[in-house]
Design a binder for this molecule. Structure first.
Ligand SMILES: [Zn+2]
Length: 341
């Protein structure tokens, strides 16, 4: 009991008599918009319950609630099979690992699942990073929805059938197929993600969509000039549309020198807040998709330290809750619940 008092007085750890019979858990609810953990699990034959990566169920379980968007990431230039074939391999790994741990992690596919998830525990949402996995087929998009995909990052860095990625020098926007796919995503209830997308593609999405969309793992270009980051105009537009920006933890996107601590991550979040973005700023770790992290961040276990530092820097608790959980919860809930509008 003495230990429980000492930990609770920290304000971070709470005794959880109801849920885990006296166990302790970290008070924060975490919702992370992007990780590439499934790719690493698949490539290296690792398990999700406990591993050496940035993220595993054991570390996520330490929190009050942890909802993770798991991306199936396909780099067309790096695979020997078709994009769809590779995507199915990754989705198979995702479901295999979740089935093996079904007492510890659940899949979120509906608004009701999401409401239940908010009550506690570890939960997963499946996403696709790089819509080349559709291979130009709207039927494939409908099938991915049926298989549980609830967010799609339209492009990775290169061009695909939908649009150009940010590193394509021609900077093309949405194709005709891209426009059809985006319209179908809004109809089905799949969240549109503009991270990695060309600027022209971004403004095409703005023009041809009616619901909120997200940049799941992108930072502020006015702080760090990396091509992957968002301009002030893009950030303002996402705020205006009630969308969400998951700030990426990659030092290359956070700092012009490519090296930083957690304070720099907080600066990006605070910059979005300063643009009246308290309903937009969120976490988009990119765990297991990046080769290094800011000093002080090791993986899922460090989410609490980001929240603590935001608090120490004067951000009030209600806003921290929005950044860590509520903003992503809102945009997914609205997307899933749209059919009942
Ligand atoms: Zn990415």
């Amino acid at each position: 009991m003495q230990a429980s008092f000492a930990l609770a007085s920290d304000g971070i750890i709470c005794a959880d008599a109801s849920r885990r019979n006296g166990d302790f858990y970290i008070m924060y609810k975490i919702f992370d918009a992007h990780c590439d953990t499934v790719y690493e699990l698949s490539e290296r034959g690792l398990p999700l319950d406990k591993n050496e990566l940035h993220l595993d169920i054991e570390r996520m379980s330490e929190y009050n609630t942890y909802i993770q968007v798991f991306a199936a990431f396909v780099d067309r230039k790096d695979i020997k099979v078709s994009p769809m074939n590779h995507c199915l391999t990754l989705m198979d790994k995702y479901y295999t690992e979740i089935e093996k741990n079904k007492d510890k992690i659940s899949v979120v596919k509906t608004a009701a699942d999401l409401q239940k998830a908010k009550e506690g525990g570890v939960h997963a949402i499946l996403s696709i990073e790089g819509a080349e996995v559709l291979e130009g087929s709207l039927a494939a998009l409908r099938m991915y929805y049926r298989m549980g995909v609830r967010l799609i990052t339209l492009t990775w860095n290169y061009a695909n059938e939908l649009a150009d990625g940010i590193t394509e020098s021609r900077g093309g926007g949405l194709t005709e197929f891209g426009r059809q796919a985006v319209a179908l995503m809004e109809e089905l209830g799949i969240l549109i993600d503009v991270s990695h997308l060309s600027e022209k593609g971004f403004w095409d999405v703005v023009e041809c969509t009616k619901y909120p969309f997200v940049a799941s793992h992108s930072c502020v270009k006015n702080i760090c000039g990396h091509i992957r980051n968002l301009t002030d105009e893009q950030i303002s537009e996402i705020i205006r549309r009630n969308g969400v920006i998951g700030v990426n933890f990659y030092p290359q996107f956070l700092d012009n020198n490519g090296e930083c601590g957690i304070d720099k991550l907080c600066e990006h979040i605070e910059y979005i807040l300063s643009m009246n973005g308290e309903n937009t700023a969120a976490l988009g770790s990119d765990f297991d998709g990046v080769d290094c992290l800011p000093s002080g961040i090791c993986g899922a276990e460090s989410m609490k330290d980001i929240c603590k530092l935001l608090s120490a820097r004067g951000i009030n608790d209600d806003v921290i809750k929005k950044i860590a959980f509520d903003n992503l919860y809102r945009v997914f809930y609205q997307t899933f619940n749209r059919k009942n509008d």
